[in-house]
Design a protein around this ligand. Structure first.
Ligand SMILES: C[S@@+](CC[C@H](N)C(=O)[O-])C[C@H]1O[C@@H](n2cnc3c(N)ncnc32)[C@H](O)[C@@H]1O
Ligand code: SF4
Ligand code: SF4
Length: 432
């Protein structure tokens, strides 16, 4: 019954969805380093520490990587960022920070228009994850503000021992299922909670895509698949390219192509366009749709450095501990980085680019709907200049928020001094 309702909703929205994609495609070439606004999405890497042993990501191999203290987060979120609609907490394994709910609590007042929150987790640390999510949900319940949804994204790269093998820990799959069970129970108490699955497709699990998909369906969970991304930054796995990568033309690559082709045919969300592109890129072609990261989304790393996306952590836009967000976002440095990444990395990048998962597509759709309404109103005025039914009441235009010239939070204040407290207040418990 529920899936039937979803279907009708989707087909109702299909013309709008088509318009969104077309408009995004048309607009993309005009989004230049000089012509863009502030981001909708912020991905916050709260730690690079991790207690998994994944094959496709070597973050866990970094020992004792530094972390920001709560005071440093307070400093980073010292000024409001009203353009941000979705905030992703990720890592490393973010739940290893026992102060994760406090980070969320510190960030929220600076994000007055936040609509979507997402926690990306491995699901390994069962009770810890459930406890932290409960605290965050209780905080939201006490002060919902503009928040519409909080999602927990749990990684699932295989069923049973395939997941254990890829994630390098016996019993990992069993722990993930316990985390999912706990989240399902929690959702009954907090209806704004959603759980989704995220799956990385690589040669070791290509045979399992259908089983993973079936697992998600059985539990009524949303899921997205991404082919393994090979990068010298973030996942830092270029050294394992031969084992992890799909060689164009190989049998595994053809299997992956077929799998993504099928996912595209089945999917009822904007992800289908991403899956189309992935199938194309697995054949050695370039992506045909522009990714929104760097312009509408950004990553804030565990050091305060701001990057356009996880894949382009070669050139920082600047550091939030040292400069205001606007100074960083509209800097020459950021302009150069955007230009370089668009030219070099984007055409063949298969990254899923988080915004799809965290409501950015909904935000874009909302803005395009708004633009369409304005266009219709304008056309109406031209056709019927005296039409009194057309409202002339000036409205706040959300798109103005994206224009650096109409800044509501640009600061010309001198940058406050940055304190660097010790990290003694941070507690990391590695659950083995
Ligand atoms: C780096 S993890 C951080 C959150 C958490 N530790 C986890 O594993 O879900 C964020 C996402 O990146 C995905 N990921 C890891 N390695 C990847 C790779 N090489 N290519 C694409 N996605 C990858 C993970 O599966 C997860 O969904
Ligand atoms: S994918 Fe997540 S769990 Fe695995 S090593 Fe990377 S950060 Fe850790
Ligand atoms: S490198 Fe990849 S993730 Fe980064 S902006 Fe380009 S397409 Fe998006």
């Amino acid at each position: 019954m529920e899936s039937q309702t979803k279907r009708i909703d989707f087909f109702d929205k299909l013309p709008t969805l088509g318009a969104v994609v077309t408009a995004a495609g048309v607009a993309a070439p005009y989004i230049t380093p000089e012509r863009h606004g502030r981001p909708f999405t912020m991905i916050l890497v709260v730690t690079r520490r991790c207690n998994s042993r994944c094959k496709m990501c070597s973050i866990w191999q970094e020992k004792n990587s530094p972390m920001l203290s709560l005071d440093e987060y307070r400093h980073m979120f010292r000024e409001p960022l009203p353009s941000i609609r979705s905030l992703v907490l990720t890592g490393g394994e973010p739940t290893l920070r026992s102060d994760l709910p406090q980070i969320w609590e510190i960030a929220r007042p600076a994000l007055p228009r936040l609509e979507y929150g997402l926690l990306a987790t491995s699901g390994l640390n069962v009770q810890r994850t459930l406890d932290q999510v409960t605290v965050i949900l209780a905080q939201i319940e006490a002060n919902p503000g503009s928040l519409k949804r909080f999602e927990v994204q749990v990684s699932l790269d295989g069923i049973d021992e395939t997941h254990d093998h890829i994630r390098g820990i016996d019993g990992f799959f069993a722990r993930v299922t316990r985390t999912l069970d706990g989240l399902a129970t929690l959702q009954q108490r907090y209806p704004m909670l959603r759980t989704r699955l995220s799956s990385v497709v690589m040669p070791d699990n290509i045979e399992q895509v259908e089983r993973i998909h079936a697992f998600a369906r059985e539990r009524g969970l949303s899921i997205h698949f991404s082919p393994v991304v090979l990068t010298g930054t973030y996942f830092n796995n270029l050294q394992d390219t031969e084992v992890l990568g799909f060689v164009p033309g190989s049998q595994k690559s053809q299997q992956a192509h077929a799998a993504f082709h099928e996912l595209s045919a089945e999917d009822q969300s904007s992800l289908r366009f991403y899956y189309d592109d992935v199938a194309q890129m697995l054949d050695g072609d370039s992506r045909s749709r522009t990714c929104l990261m760097g312009f509408f989304g950004c990553v804030v790393e565990h050091t305060g450095e701001v990057y356009p996306c996880p894949i382009w952590e070669y050139e920082s836009f600047g550091n939030l501990l040292e400069q205001s967000f606007d100074t960083i976002w509209f800097s020459e440095q950021a302009r150069n980085a955007r230009y370089n990444l668009r030219k070099t990395s984007c055409p063949t990048c298969t990254s899923m680019c988080y915004p799809h998962a965290v409501g950015l597509s909904e935000v874009v759709q909302e803005k395009l709907d708004h633009t369409r309404t304005r266009a219709q109103r304008l056309i109406g005025r031209i056709l019927k200049p005296d039409n009194s039914a057309i409202s002339t009441t000036p409205k706040v235009d959300p798109i103005d928020d994206l224009n650096p010239d109409t800044s509501r939070h640009h600061t010309s204040q001198p940058e406050p001094a940055v304190s660097h407290p010790t990290h003694d207040d941070l507690f990391i418990e590695t659950l083995k």
